[in-house]
Design a protein around this ligand. Structure first.
Ligand code: ZN
Ligand code: ZN
Ligand code: ZN
Length: 191
């Protein structure tokens, strides 16, 4: 079960989580907040709880549509010691799924999170919206880097680099033509 996590194809990243929350106030109004700081909440503080609730559900669904499930994400449920399902322990395994957890009885919190296949069915009031694509490329061997085509210089037989071969041949002829030791004797006698 744990062998799959030994050699992840890519570096693991923390599982993401989005929490959309309907918060009631003392004056019977409510606001919608999102854990994503960049999210702006168009509906102002309102007493229209049904409208805010619908907006919150749509907002969570919008996050689910945009989010691409990370195949290399750690299970967010497991990172919280499986606090979502304390009575049914599980060992995180399998692929990554994006689940939306919403308790209709409470009706105030929408939690979108990346969890593993083992935790996803155990989280109450959660349904799987998307799954990460299986890393099928893990089995494909790495493509061989093509060797750059080099000109046939190393062979050298048909290349114009035959001049070095002629050089030693010419130099070997010179000592025969001009025997230097004989001239040295002559120079010594001449002076
Ligand atoms: Zn948001
Ligand atoms: Zn779990
Ligand atoms: Zn898990």
């Amino acid at each position: 079960m744990t062998t799959a996590a030994k050699e992840p194809p890519t570096e693991r990243v923390p599982g993401r989580v989005w929490t959309v929350r309907l918060t009631g106030h003392a004056d019977r109004t409510a606001t919608v907040t999102c854990s994503t700081a960049a999210c702006r909440m168009p509906p102002p503080r309102s007493k229209d709880l049904a409208g805010l609730r619908a907006f919150a559900a749509q907002h969570a669904a919008a996050h689910a549509r945009v989010a691409t499930v990370h195949a290399n994400a750690w299970c967010h449920c497991g990172s919280t010691q499986c606090a979502a399902h304390p009575d049914t322990p599980a060992h995180c395994a399998g692929g990554v799924a994006l689940v939306l957890q919403h308790d209709p009885l409470v009706g105030r919190v929408w939690t979108l999170e990346e969890v593993c296949d083992a935790c996803a069915p155990l989280i109450p009031n959660a349904r799987i919206l998307a799954r990460a694509a299986r890393p099928s490329h893990a089995k494909v061997p790495a493509p061989q880097v093509p060797m750059p085509a080099r000109p046939g210089i190393p062979g050298g037989f048909s290349s114009p680099t035959t001049q070095p071969a002629e050089g030693p041949a010419r130099q070997s002829r010179r000592p025969r033509r001009t025997p230097r030791p004989a001239q040295r004797r002559g120079q010594g006698q001449g002076r």
